[in-house]
Design a protein around this ligand. Structure first.
Ligand SMILES: [Ca+2]
Length: 172
């Protein structure tokens, strides 16, 4: 419901992870809320767990602490395959960026390690074909806190995590 709400005045509302101090989660959009429920039901019948997060958080420049964005999965299940890890970061020099995914049992898989040089914006979908390391999550529990860690290691160019998501097929 929170994710599907229409944002009221996105500039003035200052939304952080979809929430604004001024407007809460925004105005409820019944169509989008019902569609999200329908998508969830269709997904669960196929053994798919899918979560997306709207972030909009700035990544600190030249700071090894970086940022962490969390997706909480409450469903029980064992990972059969990682269908997609989608990452959308606005940036003016993606060679500065180091991005990794951390599973609930603290397994860290690097997704992006300073590749791409001066290219703008990191908008990628990773899966076990283009990122075979993701197979390390297979057989693990999906339940718990999944974290996307992003570090911008070099000064000057900077960026923002716009959104990211997980789509995991669960053993049925
Ligand atoms: Ca930078």
């Amino acid at each position: 419901m929170c994710d599907t709400a229409d944002k009221i005045d996105p500039n003035r509302g200052k939304y952080i992870d979809g929430y604004s101090k001024m407007f809460g989660y925004g105005r409820i959009n019944a169509y989008k809320a019902l569609k999200a429920v329908k998508d969830d039901m269709e997904n669960s019948s196929r053994g798919i767990v899918e979560k997306n997060i709207l972030s909009g958080v700035a990544i600190p420049d030249n700071d090894l602490n970086g940022i962490v964005s969390e997706i909480q999965i409450d469903e029980e299940g064992i990972v059969e395959s990682v269908e997609a890890v989608s990452v959308d970061i606005s940036h003016t020099y993606i060679g500065d960026l180091f991005v990794s995914l951390v599973s609930p049992d603290n397994t860290v898989i690097p997704l992006h390690e300073g590749e791409g040089g001066g290219k703008d914006n990191l908008s990628e979908t990773y899966d076990s074909k283009n990122k075979p390391e993701l197979k390390q999550f297979e057989g693990k529990s999906i339940k718990g806190k999944w974290q996307l860690k992003i570090v911008d290691k070099w000064a000057q160019d900077r960026g923002t995590l716009n959104n990211w998501g997980l789509k995991i097929k669960v053993k049925t």
